[in-house]
Design a protein around this ligand. Structure first.
Ligand code: PMP
Length: 284
């Protein structure tokens, strides 16, 4: 089945899908996005993603391209036309097309683009069984990381550095030596005392939707949790480390920089949480 994209009101072949050269997303990174998991033909946490999209739009004083219900219908149609059982749908809204000038354009309509792609559950499972390596890098981003903006250059540089060093992800470290989050994931540790720790939401990190759902599952399962920042030292000496995102679910980390975590295999708590999260997805 050939891939189909949605571009400003039309379903078009992915191969030839395009937007105007003066789209403000292209020129100013003046746009926001969402990535929603598709699991067993269903979207996971659709409402949470749409809440976050609307929040990002509000924070940037950007109009929504359409109302929420029609948007959901387009998302379903994109998934249907691409025949995706397991994968992701990518949705991007920019401030639209206008002659290049920094202030908001008076007349531009917001532009909406969607794509969808298949992801292999087997590959994800295999990666999770082995666990992944992470490096640490300085967090050089702006101070509104709570907005899911398409302005991702620091994240791109961080992920590239990880790739060049044979790692899966880069955890970013703020000026106080504390871990903020990964380049496209949220960071978690399990302390030597067995407490699950992740950073509270603020302008310093993206409020991951997977993070939010996992927190609710932890509560349901009475698992000890501390919402607080943790340092790079604490990360490196943690009993377990894992990361979360819509594309990785719960992913165990077995090495940070040059330091092996635990015995170099996915930790018990990380594995348990991955299983809990998978069950949550199955039951949606
Ligand atoms: N942090 C950043 C910087 C991200 O880009 C992402 C992925 N969009 C996440 C965290 C994880 O968020 P989610 O669980 O909503 O995918």
């Amino acid at each position: 089945m050939s891939r189909i994209a949605y571009v400003n009101g039309q379903y078009v072949p992915h191969r030839t899908a395009s937007v105007h050269i003066e789209d403000r997303g292209y020129q100013f990174a003046d746009g926001v996005y969402e990535v929603v998991t598709i699991f067993n033909n269903r979207m996971i946490d659709e409402e949470g993603h749409l809440d976050r999209l609307w929040r990002s739009l509000d924070e940037l004083k950007m109009d929504a391209p359409m109302k929420r219900e029609p948007l959901k219908m387009v998302m379903r149609e994109v998934i249907r036309r691409n025949g995706i059982e397991n994968g992701i749908i990518y949705l991007q809204v920019t401030r639209g097309v206008a002659p290049r000038d920094h202030p908001f354009p008076k007349h531009a309509a917001p532009a909406l683009v969607m794509t969808a792609k298949r992801l292999s559950m087997e590959k994800s499972q295999k990666t999770a069984e082995a666990g992944v390596n992470v490096i640490t890098v300085p967090d050089i981003r702006w101070t509104r990381r709570d907005i899911k903006s398409v302005s991702l250059l620091p994240n791109v540089l961080a992920k590239q550095e990880a790739k060049e060093k044979g790692a899966y992800e880069a955890f970013q470290i703020d000026e106080d030596g504390m871990v903020t989050e990964g380049s496209s994931t949220n960071a978690w540790i399990v302390t030597q005392e067995g407490k699950v720790v992740t950073r509270p939401t603020s302008n310093s990190i993206l409020a991951g939707i997977t993070r939010g759902s996992l927190l609710r599952e932890l509560e349901k399962h009475n698992i000890d949790l501390e919402l607080r920042s943790f340092s790079k030292e604490e990360l490196i000496s943690a009993r377990e480390v894992f990361l979360t995102s819509s594309t990785t679910y719960v992913m165990p980390v077995v090495k940070v920089d040059d330091k092996i975590i635990g015995n170099g295999h996915p930790g018990i708590v990380s594995q348990q949480l991955r299983a809990i999260y998978e069950k949550f997805m199955q039951e949606i």
